[in-house]
Design a protein around this ligand. Structure first.
Ligand code: GLA
Length: 395
């Protein structure tokens, strides 16, 4: 699958620009085991990069400041001058790239013109972070091609800031971090405040992680994502008025939250309750993963879903349906919506022997209830953003 994507991107480059590209980069999407909507709430997250990528074929233009970019999958083209001030374009895909250029220009490092084609096999709008893969893949490629000497952490932050400042989605750092720092067969536990991280073995013995795509597409430019951020910030401000010793949500207990309940709207109370509980669940989940207690891990995933659906209110009826139907079945340890929500995928921890029957039954029920063909992704946990070498092993 990876080779096919690379060959297709290379061919498109040669077709449009006449020569083969000088270099090729691959930047993956991500899954998240647990730790949802806490990356911007002082929490820990437990994501992993997957074997679905944005592929970038690129050649430096030594004689020019012009960038010519082809989005192969959208059959679209955009040209801009790298030394100009970056101004928002009408197409969202362009803004991910201009945002990255803008952030790099702000550091004072020098970029030059380039020719580029990109293409991908990460389903878009499904909560698998195709946008973070594009931002980080582009930043990583520019770093290499123009010898900018950014660290991997800096590339992650350039990607996140591009999305915050230029695209206008106030996302946390999880997706970009997972895309860049992903490792074969490992999930990475990230402290989203300090960016310290630790890898955990993701070989789940008799269990598999399977994604069910509701095919309800979303974009966080118009979902309630930015509103959620404002709601929890309001809650945090009020709690801190009473407990000035509280620096982050990690220092906040349920008792503290309950002590200020009267001053919070019902909505803000529920949002904060979710955050406090989810921060605790991620710590429990990391222990379960390390202790290979997959049934416990599954129960935590399911608790997270309940919180996301009822307290944080970022699920949707279709995903709730998928989760409910999945949890009824033999061999399912846990199920929950994944990513920012308002559509996208559920992530399911299922005994490997039962995966087929679970897929068949849930597909069937979903089709009956919503007349939608659910997509299923059996992803492999893989390495993060990297330069592709011709002899790279892949299937
Ligand atoms: C989106 C954002 C992330 C994170 C998740 C929810 O994917 O980009 O930063 O907040 O939602 O966990």
């Amino acid at each position: 699958m990876k080779n096919q994507l690379v060959q297709q991107t290379k061919r498109a480059f040669q077709h449009h620009f006449g020569d083969p590209p000088e270099s090729i980069f691959l930047s993956p999407g991500r899954i998240n085991i647990i730790g949802e909507h806490v990356d911007y709430n002082d929490g820990f997250v437990l994501p992993a990069a997957i074997d679905r990528y944005i592929c970038i074929a690129i050649t430096e233009r030594k004689d020019s400041d012009i960038c010519r970019i082809i989005a192969h999958d959208f059959n679209d083209f955009y040209e801009f001058t790298i030394s100009d001030e970056m101004i928002k374009a009408p197409s969202v895909w362009v803004n991910y790239l201009l945002g990255v250029v803008d952030e790099i220009n702000n550091t004072g490092k020098k970029l030059k013109g380039l020719d580029m084609v990109f293409s991908g096999n990460i389903p878009m709008g499904s909560g698998l972070s195709s946008s973070a893969a594009l931002e980080c893949g582009f930043a990583y490629a520019l770093n290499n091609v123009f010898n900018l000497n950014f660290t991997k952490e800096e590339i992650v932050l350039i990607g996140q800031k591009a999305e915050n400042n230029f695209v206008g989605v106030n996302c946390g750092v999880m997706d970009q971090f997972a895309s860049v720092f992903g490792k074969d067969d490992k999930v990475v536990m990230v402290n989203c405040d300090s960016l310290e991280y630790e890898y955990f073995d993701a070989k789940l013995e008799d269990y598999s992680l399977i994604l069910f795509d509701s095919c309800i597409k979303h974009t966080h430019l118009t979902s309630g994502y930015n509103d959620r951020r404002e709601e929890v910030e309001e809650g945090k401000r009020i709690i801190r008025n009473h407990f000035p010793e509280m620096v982050t949500f990690r220092d906040c207990s349920r008792e503290m939250l309950n002590a200020v309940k009267d001053e919070l709207s019902d909505k803000v109370y529920k949002r904060c309750l979710y955050v406090i509980e989810e921060i605790r669940r991620v710590e429990d989940a990391a222990r379960s993963l390390a202790g290979k207690d997959y049934e416990k891990l599954g129960r935590l995933l399911t608790e997270t879903h309940h919180g996301l659906s009822k307290e944080y209110e970022v699920s949707c009826p279709e995903i709730d349906f998928l989760v409910d139907e999945t949890l009824k079945l033999e061999g399912v340890a846990g199920s929950r919506m994944m990513g920012g929500g308002f559509g996208g995928c559920s992530v399911n921890l299922i005994k490997t022997n039962d995966v087929r029957q679970v897929i068949d039954k849930v597909k069937n029920q979903y089709k009956k209830a919503y007349d939608i063909e659910m997509n299923v992704y059996e992803v492999k946990i893989s390495d993060g953003t990297h330069q592709y070498k011709e002899n790279e092993y892949s299937i």
